[in-house]
Design a protein around this ligand. Structure first.
Ligand code: GLV
Ligand code: GLV
Length: 324
């Protein structure tokens, strides 16, 4: 095994955890965001990179890595990495699935509750010092009991979201490339209907809320476009904790302005951290700064897994969670 491999940590990290998993190596960074130039300078002499989802790991960048053996992405998604270029260069790419789905589903369900029960708007009301008293007809939102949640992408996060929805008495339908095992979802609540896989158009038309849990790929880019939004019910809500570019944000603003959907809860944006004009001033949207997996215990396990993947590849073993 390599003594003193050089590992570049491209973004702020939980370094105590990373250091524990990578003893005896030279570790650079981890306390700031490296820009494209700094990553380009560092990658030349790197044996490994511990990366974040905004790093530009395109073919040109990967091509600079003369000694590079492994990219340990500390995220579920890896749409910032050119996998073909990595494969051609013989660089193993790993990610951190299996450890952040419950936390991310917690946040997706938070957005669903917030947008349907108008908590952002209600809290702004109180903080603004506006008049209120207990009032039977004030700040009424939508209910979740018996409503239908449409899930696009039933991977680990989508499945965890579905279990939460079932616990709240929602019926779940989903769209995915393959039929999934839904036994764990259906076991949650005897009073909900069996979970069904449906075509995308049926999902959009039938759902009271649509939640995105797909990776960003050529197939899912703008899966929620103007047509999709027009297909949704006027009373329906959109939740996105996946990737901003799964939604045509300009079309979403139009649909919200036109009232062709009821609201949106967004943790991710097309051009983060820029928010498309219009969203900022709408009361019926909830805006979060990409914090889906940002629970401390989850982030610790993610850091540990990303670092352990690097350690394993550097010592000639198989990675635990390689990207296939
Ligand atoms: C966050 O967006 C992740 O992919 O883990
Ligand atoms: C989506 O998550 C799929 O696996 O098809």
């Amino acid at each position: 095994s390599d003594a003193m491999a050089r590992i570049i940590v491209t973004a702020p990290q939980l370094m105590s955890v990373v250091n524990e998993e990578l003893p005896g190596h030279e570790i650079v960074g981890g306390d700031h965001f490296m820009d494209r130039q700094e990553i380009a300078d560092q990658i030349v002499t790197a044996d490994a990179l511990l990366t974040s989802l905004s790093d530009p790991l395109d073919a040109e960048m990967i091509g600079k890595g003369e000694k590079l053996r492994v990219i340990g992405q500390c995220a579920a998604g890896f749409n910032n990495i050119d996998l073909d270029a990595a494969r051609q260069a013989g660089v193993v790419v790993t990610s951190t699935p299996g450890v952040l789905h419950e936390a991310t589903a917690d946040l997706a369900f938070t957005l669903l509750l917030e947008v349907t029960r108008r908590t952002g708007e209600a809290e702004r009301w109180v903080r603004a010092g506006k008049a209120w008293r207990y009032d039977h007809t004030f700040m009424l939102g939508a209910g979740l009991q018996g409503a239908t949640l449409g899930i696009i992408g039933l991977g680990q996060i989508g499945e965890a979201m579905a279990r939460r929805a079932a616990a709240f008495g929602m019926n779940v339908i989903y769209n995915a490339r393959h039929e999934k095992d839904v036994a764990a979802i259906d076991a949650v609540n005897p009073n909900t209907q069996p979970t069904r896989r449906v075509e995308l158009d049926e999902l959009l038309a039938a759902s009271d809320a649509v939640s995105l849990h797909c990776p960003l790929t050529d197939q899912t880019r703008h899966v929620i476009n103007a047509d999709a939004l027009a297909t949704m019910k006027e009373t329906a809500y959109l939740v996105n904790t996946a990737r901003g570019a799964c939604v045509d944000e300009a079309a979403l603003v139009q649909a919200l302005k036109a009232g062709s959907i009821a609201g949106a809860g967004l943790d991710v944006f097309e051009d983060e951290p820029t928010i498309t004009g219009g969203l900022m001033t709408m009361e019926n949207v909830v805006l979060l700064p990409h914090i889906g997996s940002a629970a401390l215990p989850t982030r610790e396990v993610m850091s540990r897994l990303a670092a352990r993947n690097i350690a394993k590849v550097l010592s000639g073993e198989s990675a635990e969670t390689p990207v296939e």
